[in-house]
Design a protein. Structure first.
Length: 186
């Protein structure tokens, strides 16, 4: 009798588990992006470069590329730093806001940011992406190009178009301690 009861309990548990899995909602499938979505996301990244290079509109053009709760997160050596959130703080991180676009090192040097190898992936909530960052003009040399890691992005469609929900910069360049590429093996 005990053996029969044990078999019945195991059988009921297996059926209950199967029913629960069958009734659980399936994970949301990535939504399809249109060609226009891809172009608009690429334009968002291009606008980011222009805004950071010029401190346009006292940094608010940069800040307005993010959702209201969006965040910029610097990351060095694989360790994320403190997220920068809110329109005022985002304007300041780009050199504007209360900083007034004065003494912005990269702008004084004439640095221009280029974003290349942009990969955009649809998600159920919008899209994610990665893009490599190059800087031209470090140290005032317009011919000097340096790789400075990559961005890992989360994009959200808003009433104002595509915006950054989160942008993490996986940086390798530090002004006081620039990264040096390894010596090639012979």
């Amino acid at each position: 009798m005990k053996r029969f009861a044990l078999v019945v309990i195991v059988f009921v548990a297996a059926i209950s588990s199967s029913l629960a899995r069958a009734q659980a909602p399936a994970p949301a499938a990535p939504r399809e992006l249109t060609a226009l979505d891809y172009i608009e996301i690429q334009q968002l990244v291009a606008k980011y470069a222009k805004a950071i290079d010029t401190c346009s509109n006292n940094g608010y053009d940069y800040a307005d590329l993010f959702t209201p709760d969006g965040a910029f997160i610097p990351s060095f050596d694989g360790k994320p730093g403190t997220p920068v959130q809110g329109r005022e703080r985002l304007a300041e991180v780009s050199g504007g806001g209360s900083r007034g676009c004065k003494n912005v090192g990269w702008i004084q040097q004439g640095v221009r940011h280029l974003y290349v190898n942009h990969i955009i992936t649809p998600t159920a909530e919008g899209a994610t992406g990665t893009v490599d960052m190059l800087m031209i003009g470090l140290g005032g040399d317009p011919n000097k190009i340096q790789y400075d890691g990559y961005y890992e992005d989360t994009y959200a469609r808003t009433a104002r178009g595509w915006r950054f929900k989160q942008r993490m910069h996986h940086a390798i360049f530090r002004a006081a301690n620039p990264a040096v590429p390894p010596t090639p093996a012979k």
